[in-house]
Design a protein around this ligand. Structure first.
Ligand code: SAH
Length: 215
């Protein structure tokens, strides 16, 4: 039997997001309309709307829906921003950000996953304002800086200097920082040039690679 994806999506939004405090209408709307099942591998497709991360190959995962929503909400986007998405993976998180910002640069270090993200975004018709690039996102992507938001989906030992340098004024950087097994999700905000930092929650992400990651 083919699952009723729309109804699964509605349940996910109600039970996993709204009930847990996600109230940004643009985040909820994005996650209600984007077909997550198109971003997960065929063998785990029935689990597309489960309350957990899923394997997407190369030892990497597509984040739990709640974490994607929570991170997107923390960015407080208005729709005019250029956003940097570090750790493109399946392209799902980029698709969510694409609904909430003017332009998204999604950077992925593993070439086959960068191709996967691009292919998923193309097939779903959601890639119109998303540019997928393959490279080391721990260095950011200076070509399009400064960014109105930066979202990092892999855990860093410390906040990469390059990402701070590419963060625009009145913009937020959301990034898991800690050791490989356990991290805190930090929100860094630049206001009139001054950097403010707070911890939003505890979390567990795959390690960030690259020059400012775990080598
Ligand atoms: N946002 C993704 C989840 C990706 S998991 C999604 O919605 O599916 C984290 C991803 O970060 C992995 O694909 C991993 O390959 C990638 N990654 C790790 N270090 C990186 C780096 N330095 N630059 C870019 N991508 C990186």
């Amino acid at each position: 039997m083919i699952p009723d994806w729309r109804s699964e999506r509605r349940h996910m939004v109600e039970r996993q997001l709204r009930k847990r405090g996600i109230d940004d209408a643009r985040v909820l709307d994005a996650m209600l309309t984007i077909p997550r099942e198109e971003f997960v591998p065929h063998d785990v497709r029935v689990s597309s709307y489960q309350d957990e991360p899923l394997q997407i190959g190369q030892g990497q995962t597509i984040s739990q829906p709640y974490m994607t929503a929570f991170m997107a909400q923390l960015l407080q986007l208005t729709g005019t921003e250029t956003v940097l998405d570090v750790g493109g993976g399946s392209g799902y998180h980029a698709a969510v950000l694409g609904k909430m910002a003017a332009h998204v640069i999604s950077i992925e270090i593993i070439p086959s996953l960068a191709r996967l993200a691009e292919e998923n975004l193309r097939r779903t018709g959601l890639g119109g304002n998303i540019t997928v690039v393959c490279g080391d996102g721990s260095k950011g992507w200076p070509e399009c800086a400064p960014y109105g938001g930066i979202s990092v989906a892999a855990a860093a030992p410390e906040i990469p200097e390059a990402l701070l340098a590419q963060l625009g004024d009145f913009a937020r950087l959301v990034i898991p920082v800690g050791d490989k097994g356990d991290q805190e999700l930090r929100v860094i905000e630049r206001v009139n040039g001054v950097i403010y930092e707070r911890v939003a929650t505890h979390c567990r992400f795959v390690p960030l690679r690259g020059v400012a990651g775990w080598r």
